[in-house]
Design a protein around this ligand. Structure first.
Ligand code: GUN
Ligand code: ZN
Length: 428
């Protein structure tokens, strides 16, 4: 066993499998557990006595009855929308035109991009989020800014330049060629630099010409180890617009498929109003979908079908700033509520899996992040399960750890985050 420099004691939550396919017992909580850390990795986890005896030289940090979890992974965010989160009263296309595009235009100023990237990464860590997959704006410097901020904080991050060459204001349009060239240059600069991964990012079919979609499809074929992210079937009006823009497409997903933008490593945000063919194709190619529940209720988009998670890689995300919170706890609560409205009951183990190991799987990073196991990167979130008087009184009479945890899922926020570790270093 390698040397550990630190041993954390607490209630340790980990996954031996996927609760959606293997049952909720795939989630394990060791009430008197320990996690040994060294050189940025998890060296071992297990019962406190065993781990302490195996690493007598390590510094011990005793978190008592706090929960030790893998850090949260936000699988779909727009960091440039940080400042316009919770803007009142619009549906998707109005909301984009009224709030989002004017704010994204400000990212032509690299200093502003740097300021918001700092602010976003600080807020993410304060909420226990150690990794994220973000859209930039059309400006390459917006991607430099978020990768620089995440690198400085040691976080594992995914991001890409958002590409749009139609149906957007003049100052927010690129072209098929410049989208290809700028994205290629950013791949060369950032993909695989430390913990950074580039994601090819056409915003969604309505804001890309077929030429631009084809150019980005070609770029993905040339860089198959990059992920590709976009939006899919978020609102009914949006789907009707896509149909009018692509009259020969079989469905929304086909607008991507026809241009080389469907495949394993494709990350499709929202994916609410899917046709049976679309579900079959996503499953066949082993693509990922991302559930954004606070956004889907806030913008009035619809109720995601949690049944997809049994057969399709499914991540969970805030969708900042269409989503109304930076907190993956609040996001889990919204996922629970949306499932209830569809007659689907999610156990806390399902919710926690989605916010950690499930998002890691959606991002093809299960071997690195999203779980507590020897060899994984030491990104951890420590949670106080009695962080407010309301939560404390509700969890006080719990019989099981899941009952103790559930009030924090439903009512918790950044006050529940006792500490956040990134690559073994305590940052919050
Ligand atoms: N569809 C295209 N762009 C966006 C965006 O920025 N937010 C959301 N929620 N949906 C989108
Ligand atoms: Zn989005």
């Amino acid at each position: 066993m390698s040397n550990a420099d630190t041993v954390l004691l607490g209630q340790v939550l980990s996954f031996a499998g996927d609760p959606f396919t293997d049952g909720i017992d795939a989630a394990r909580i060791d009430r008197s557990g320990a996690v040994a850390l060294g050189a940025g990795k998890i060296i071992a986890q297990g019962p406190a006595d065993t781990i302490r005896a195996a690493h007598p030289q390590a510094r011990v940090v005793d978190y008592g009855s706090d929960l030790i979890s893998a850090g949260f992974i936000d699988a779909h965010v727009h960091y440039p929308q940080t400042a316009i989160i919770a803007s009142w009263g619009k549906r998707l296309i109005d909301w984009l035109n009224t709030y989002t595009f004017p704010e994204e235009a400000r990212f032509g100023d690299a200093a502003y991009a740097g300021e918001i990237a700092q602010r976003y990464t600080g807020l993410a860590l304060a909420h226990g989020t150690t990794s994220f997959c973000s859209y930039g704006t059309i400006h390459p410097a917006s991607v430099d800014a978020i990768f620089a901020a995440a690198s400085a904080r040691g976080m594992r991050a995914w991001a890409g330049k958002t590409c749009m060459d139609r149906n957007a204001p003049d100052n927010l349009r690129d072209s098929a060629q410049s989208a290809y060239d700028d994205s290629a240059a950013l791949i060369a600069k950032w993909h695989g630099a430390g913990r950074m991964s580039y994601v090819i990012t056409p915003r969604f079919s309505p804001t890309s010409t077929p030429d631009q979609l084809s150019a980005l499809g070609a770029l993905w074929a040339e860089n198959p180890n990059c992920l590709m992210q976009t939006h899919l079937s978020e609102q009914v009006d949006e789907i009707a617009w896509v149909k009018s823009l692509f009259p020969s497409a079989r469905d929304y997903l086909d607008t991507y498929e026809a241009h080389g933008l469907l495949g394993k490593g494709g990350i499709y945000g929202h994916a609410i109003h899917l046709e049976p063919r679309e579900i079959d194709r996503l499953r066949e190619v082993d693509a990922s979908v991302v559930h954004c529940p606070t956004s889907n209720t806030f913008i009035g988009s619809g109720l995601f079908d949690m049944g997809l998670a049994a057969s399709i890689r499914t991540g969970l995300a805030t969708d900042t700033g269409g989503g109304s919170s930076f907190s993956m706890l609040r996001t889990m609560a919204a996922a629970y509520e949306v499932a209830q409205l569809r007659g689907q009951s999610l156990h806390p183990a399902h919710l926690w899996y989605l916010a950690t190991a499930g998002s890691a799987r959606a991002l093809h990073a299960s071997h690195q992040i999203g779980n507590i196991a020897a060899g994984m990167e030491a990104d951890l979130t420590i949670l106080n399960l009695s962080s407010t008087p309301a939560i404390a009184q509700a969890s006080a009479h719990a019989q099981t750890l899941w009952q103790q945890l559930f009030p924090t899922i439903m009512m918790g926020d950044d006050r529940a985050i006792r500490a956040t570790y990134v690559a073994g270093v305590k940052t919050v």
